[in-house]
Design a protein around this ligand. Structure first.
Ligand code: AMP
Length: 217
């Protein structure tokens, strides 16, 4: 079973995906994390996407779909996979349908992390990321035990290049134009579930887990 987490940048998809993974024994795949790892390793893919990711634009549909497909097909989907950050366009949603059909997987649903724009912008401003392991933090809502240091691996916490103000504006515009149409698409297929994600991480997680328990029986 494959689950999609939808939502604007800063809506908490990554954090909630990790919580669901830990609680329900699922796998989480973040296409943004995959691209950041590729950039950090200096691979061919990383070099190809670096400028695009830093500007806040989307990498081409075919490219990101083939990266995801290779990962899903090599690892398998185990007890289930939560996709964080894919699909992000209607063509990507079509490519995902094809992958699912070809592999006889099933789409469990698309869960929308619903947050007002002003909250999202505030969250992105305080966001930090471990330069070594990619773990996410927030200076107000999810601070590390020691300022500037990752709880998990001791790495240095940094601000993502695409969390700079210009890139944030670009990513919000891209979301509205290219990703928000997926909300109607999955709603029309009776696959959309909306979770109010405007307050703290634990409260949102409680709503997510109730929904998940309901959906998975
Ligand atoms: P995220 O960590 O999900 O916010 O993704 C960071 C950046 O990676 C995005 O702003 C895009 O440049 C790129 N990216 C991640 N996922 C996708 C995707 N499904 N399609 C296109 N670009 C993506």
């Amino acid at each position: 079973m494959i689950w999609i987490l939808l939502g604007a940048p800063g809506s908490g998809k990554g954090t909630q995906a990790e919580r669901l993974r830990d609680e329900f024994g699922l796998k989480t795949i973040s296409t943004g994390d995959m691209l950041r790892q590729a950039m950090a390793s200096g691979s061919e893919l990383g070099r190809q996407v670096e400028g695009i990711v830093k500007s806040g634009a989307l990498v081409p549909d075919e490219l990101i779909s083939s990266v995801l497909q290779a990962r899903l097909e090599s690892e398998g989907i185990g007890a289930g996979v939560i996709l964080d950050g894919f699909p992000r366009t209607v063509p990507q949603a079509d490519l995902l349908d094809k992958m699912i059909e070809a592999n006889q997987w099933k789409l469990g649903g698309a869960i929308l992390c619903d947050v007002p724009v002003d909250v999202v912008v505030r969250r992105l401003g305080g966001r930090r990321m471990c330069a070594r392991c990619g773990q996410g933090y927030h200076v107000e809502t999810l601070p590390p035990a020691v300022e500037g240091i990752c709880d998990k691996c001791g790495g240095e916490l940094i601000i993502r290049a695409d969390d700079a103000p210009d890139a944030i504006r670009k990513r919000m515009a891209v979301y509205e134009e290219q990703t928000a149409p997926l909300i109607d698409l999955y709603r029309s297929r009776n696959l959309l579930h909306v979770v109010d994600s405007s307050d703290d991480v634990d409260s949102v997680h409680q709503r997510m887990r109730q929904l998940f328990i309901g959906l998975t029986g």
